[in-house]
Design a protein around this ligand. Structure first.
Ligand code: FAD
Length: 353
């Protein structure tokens, strides 16, 4: 049997919840479907020591401040999961868990959404499926020949798994720096490789400034002014306390990218070789958009072209989270509120409310 709703939100992480908050405020009937059994989206799966790069108050969804975590300026992932679970309950958001969306199709004046527990018909769809389920691994020479353990950020848990091992961490972004620092503090035999020398943000800058920079960039672009460069102009790595401590203690020297992996390690252009038991690829993510395959909306960059949050070629579809291409800092806790509000307003117009 096909179920119906005005708006179907795919994904019940922070972006889906922010959409639900604004749809509810506008009195728009909606349902949020999420593939996982528990609340919290990707935050349920991050490594043990991960800390937010902004204080709690600067990591809040619309309507409700994230409470501070006792003894921590930068909250951990479990604190975020608890906050999201509470947020969902507080606003009585209609989340159905354990439901995976496999495809979305155009169907006359509706969109038809196929799931593993039946079909839905909706007048509009908000996709908020994040990126965690699509880890990206670059095509490095020899990657598949390497006989040791091969992991991506999503599989990393804690340094205890690598006790006594030689580990190469690849990637000069926040995940790479934080995981390298985690291993370095634990005394792991670590080689950290980055495509260019690590670019730390000034120590007094955290996620608050990243949000401001992303917003200023959007405003400049909208006003036709010169591109400010946004977040990328500030640096790549937020020097959260563990990263700063490891860097200042000289535990985080970075090597340039190796030229190839071999069965037992990595080789560099200058002829040096490092043996390794594991390589951890902290090389980012891609948007989880496979459910739109049949609608042929994706461009060559793998994104769906958007005007604000709305798909340029499908006015009934909005995208939230994923990256700045769906709104400045849309893929952050504090940043998703505004694009979620804009999406809900546009949907209200579409539905004639
Ligand atoms: P997710 O949290 O990934 O939620 C998406 C949900 O959709 C999941 O529950 C998933 O199961 C579900 N889903 C996916 N596909 C389907 C489907 N087909 N059908 C049904 N459900 C589906 N942001 C900050 O603000 N501060 C930080 O400090 C910060 N640190 C970060 C550190 C790391 C390592 C990473 C990777 C990101 C960080 N971010 C941070 C960015 C961002 O806040 C998170 O990535 C956040 O999880 C994005 O939320 P989301 O709701 O868009 O996606």
């Amino acid at each position: 049997m096909t179920q119906r709703t005005d708006v179907l939100v795919i994904g019940g992480g922070q972006s889906g919840l922010a959409a639900g908050y604004h749809l509810r405020r506008l009195g728009i009937e909606h349902v949020i479907l999420d593939a996982q059994a528990g609340a919290g989206g990707a935050w349920q799966h991050t490594w043990d020591s991960l800390r937010l790069f902004s204080p709690a108050a600067y990591s809040s969804l619309p309507g409700r401040f994230m409470p501070a975590q006792e003894g921590e300026v930068y909250p951990d992932a479990a604190h975020v999961v608890a906050y999201l679970a509470d947020y969902e309950k507080r606003y009585a958001l209609p989340v159905q868990r354990g439901v995976r969306v496999s495809a979305v199709h155009r169907d006359g004046d509706h969109l038809r959404v196929e799931t593993d527990s039946g079909d839905w018909r909706a007048r509009a769809v908000v996709s908020a499926t994040g990126t965690w389920t699509r880890p990206f691994l670059p095509a490095a020479p020899g990657r598949r020949e390497f006989q040791g353990r091969r992991l991506h950020t999503v599989q990393y848990g804690s340094p205890a798994e690598f006790a006594g091992q030689r580990v190469i961490v690849v990637g000069g972004g926040n995940s790479g720096a934080q995981i390298a620092a985690d291993l370095a503090h634990a005394g792991t035999d670590l080689t950290w490789v980055t495509q260019r020398p690590p670019r730390y943000l000034p120590d007094d800058i955290d996620g608050r400034a990243l949000f401001d920079a992303a917003t200023a960039r959007r405003k400049a672009l909208d006003a036709g002014s010169t591109d400010t460069g946004g977040v990328a102009s500030l640096g790549d790595i937020v020097a959260v306390p563990p990263v700063r401590a490891a860097r200042d203690a000289g535990l985080l020297p970075a090597k340039p990218m190796f030229t190839r992996l071999t069965p037992s390690g990595a080789e560099w252009a200058d002829g040096t070789f490092t043996e390794a038991d594991a390589v951890i690829w902290c090389t980012g993510f891609r948007p989880a958009l496979a459910h739109f395959a049949s609608m042929r909306l994706r461009g060559t960059d793998g994104h769906i072209a958007t005007v604000g949050t709305r798909a340029a070629d499908e006015p009934r579809l909005h995208l939230l989270g994923y990256g700045d291409w769906t709104g400045p800092a849309s893929a952050t806790l504090i940043g998703v509120g505004r694009p979620a509000r804009d999406a809900a307003r546009e949907i209200a117009d579409l539905l004639g409310r």
